[in-house]
Design a protein around this ligand. Structure first.
Ligand code: PLP
Length: 360
């Protein structure tokens, strides 16, 4: 079987060395030494000033929304994982969808203008597949309309824009370290900000609002993560360069193997270093997409329709949004298997099946 992704697992013995140290200290969670070490190492690796390690990428979004006191309408992308939309609604706000750009598959900054109303408080955009949004155009809208900006950077570990980690952009960026992501801590996530007040606020929010043992500063939540999760992150971080290089190689191999496939691929923004976190193809029609899925599945190969359906079609979204590009792309997009242990032979097999379906 070839799934769309497989979690990276480091040598067991390296993980167990950390686990033994946890047994010695008997400190399991609540801002322990391994959590601190992971935060420090990630700051060094990503060359960023601050990070708060959290229990997952969804709570990261919720803490970001809460920290900025966002209300009413939040402009967002219909082309993302469902957590992006759900966190907005969960925090009592209303998602207002803006169509994506047909080339980058990220929210189209030109269309943001038309969605802004008196009630708009923020933009929550996803850097889809790890390809940065047009952060400069979004920054202009933010300044012009006095909005807050949050980036869902769940796909972006290792991505840079103009030499800087993409996690540095927006008022707050969030990410996920879930097992299926390029860098993982089994479950986990993080928030990033350069604003000292926001950082402090979010550090209270992740720990029930505690500001000391008996003082509470805010309505917090439990967004902490444990020593066991931090240990997985510390071991995985040793392999991250190897993982990134290998994904690039596998993606290039796909490019060659699929050179005759009739499809579009997202165009990457200039001045960015991509992390090859996904291998998406946009096929010619929904019909051919469904047929490819079926034949691949018959061969125990499981690509995924990231992202289908488009988020404005969730059963709890009442308004009708006109989103022709998202609608068209989400019906035709397929993310092909891509993970560290994927072999060239497996890519050859996937490519030959897809080309056979196309040419039949
Ligand atoms: C994975 C993902 C999330 C959610 O992260 P979890 O750690 O699984 O909660 C949010 N947004 C996007 C775009 C994702 O891909």
């Amino acid at each position: 079987m070839i799934p769309v992704t497989k979690p990276f697992l480091p040598p067991e013995s390296e993980y167990l060395t950390y686990i033994t140290s946890i047994w010695e200290r008997q400190w399991l969670t609540n801002n322990g030494p391994l959590v601190n070490e992971l935060e420090l190492r990630l700051k060094e690796y990503l060359r960023i000033p601050h990070i708060l390690f959290l229990s997952n990428g969804t709570i990261a979004l919720q803490i970001a929304l809460k920290a900025l006191n966002l209300t009413d309408e939040i402009i967002t992308t219909p082309f993302s994982y469902v957590a992006t939309t759900n966190s907005i609604i969960w925090e009592g706000c209303k998602p207002v969808y803006v169509d994506i750009d047909a080339n980058s598959l990220n929210i189209d900054p030109l269309k943001i203008e038309f969605a802004i109303t008196e009630k708009t408080s923020a933009i929550l955009a996803t850097h889809v597949y790890g390809n940065p949004c047009d952060v400069e155009a979004i920054e202009k809208k933010k300044k012009k309309h006095h909005l807050k900006v949050i980036y869902d950077a769940a796909h972006c570990f290792g991505t840079t824009y103009k030499g800087k980690s993409i996690f540095e952009f927006g008022d707050i960026s969030t990410t996920s370290f879930h097992a299926t992501k390029l860098f993982h801590t089994v479950e986990g996530g993080a928030v990033f900000t350069k604003n000292a007040d926001l950082l402090k606020k979010m550090s209270f929010l992740r720990n029930f609002g505690h500001d000391g043992y008996e003082k509470f500063s805010d309505i917090g939540i439990n967004g902490k993560n444990s020593e066991f999760h931090a240990a997985m992150g510390l071991v995985n971080l040793k392999y991250i360069d190897e993982i990134l290089i290998n994904r690039r190689k596998l993606s290039m191999y796909y490019n060659d193997a699929l050179v005759n496939l009739k499809c579009l691929k997202p165009t990457l923004i200039h001045d960015s270093q991509y992390n090859y976190s996904y291998y998406p193809v946009v096929l010619e029609s929904e019909e051919i997409t469904l047929k490819m899925i079926q034949v691949l599945n018959d061969n125990w190969i499981y690509p995924r329709r990231y992202f289908y359906p488009n988020l404005s079609k969730m059963p709890y979204i009442e308004d009708n949004f006109v989103l022709p590009i998202t609608e068209s792309i989400s019906k035709r997009v397929l993310c092909l298997p891509l993970f560290h242990s994927l072999s060239k032979e497996e890519i050859d097999l996937i490519a030959s099946i897809m080309l056979r379906v196309q040419n039949n």
